[in-house]
Design a protein around this ligand. Structure first.
Ligand code: K1U
Ligand code: ZN
Length: 176
């Protein structure tokens, strides 16, 4: 298993739509295992393949406290969404330190395949619903700040750039 580098915003791979998975082989299982290890190490509750630079429709999620309830979703699709919308604070491992409230349907039903290609359906509420919608957005080349107004998005991107500059300066000072 391996911890993979997480692609950082605004890398173009985060704004590229991922391709469906068609081959369910050992390489796919290994990639899912590496993504899970990367997500647990970060730590995060989800990770999409775009975030490790692979443009395929593969997502890992574990919202459990104990980190023992890994879900692997291959080719996930939202097949129904509630009319009710909820606003929740979101973060993203590709935009570390940026947290913004995003409005999304409260409940979604997702159809996906497992690592053997078998189809299953998942009813999602609360954090699982937010996380699964956030990860499917990644597969469609969208990050959570794309849901904000142009002004709020520009402010978040500027905040991230400033934070990175300060971190780089601190690293440089430490080395000197
Ligand atoms: O896609 C990602 O970047 C992962 C992201 C998923 C997510 C979290 C919260 C709301 C929407 C989507 C994260 O995991 S960010 C880190 C985080 O929120 C977290 C980390 C440890 C424990 C609990 C949450
Ligand atoms: Zn994210």
């Amino acid at each position: 298993m391996a911890i993979l580098p997480i692609v950082q915003y605004p890398d173009p791979r985060l704004s590229t739509k991922a391709e469906p998975v068609t081959v369910f082989d050992d390489a796919l299982k290994q990639l899912a295992a590496d993504m899970a290890e990367t997500m647990y190490d970060a730590p995060g509750v989800g990770l999409a393949a775009n975030q490790i630079g692979q443009l395929i429709r593969l997502v890992v999620i574990d919202i459990s406290e104990e980190k023992n309830a890994l879900r692997v979703l291959v080719n996930p699709q939202i097949i129904s969404r509630s009319e009710e919308v909820k606003e929740c604070e979101e973060g993203c491992l590709s935009l570390p330190g940026i947290y913004e409230k995003v409005k999304r349907p409260s409940l979604v039903t997702v159809r996906a395949q497992d690592l053997e290609g078998r189809e299953f359906t998942l009813e999602c509420d609360e954090l699982l619903s937010v996380c699964v919608q956030h990860e499917i957005d990644h597969l469609d080349g969208k990050v959570f700040i794309d849901h904000l107004s142009a002004l709020k998005k520009a402010r978040s991107a500027a905040k991230l750039a400033k934070k990175r500059k300060e971190e780089a300066r601190a690293r440089k000072n430490k080395e000197a």
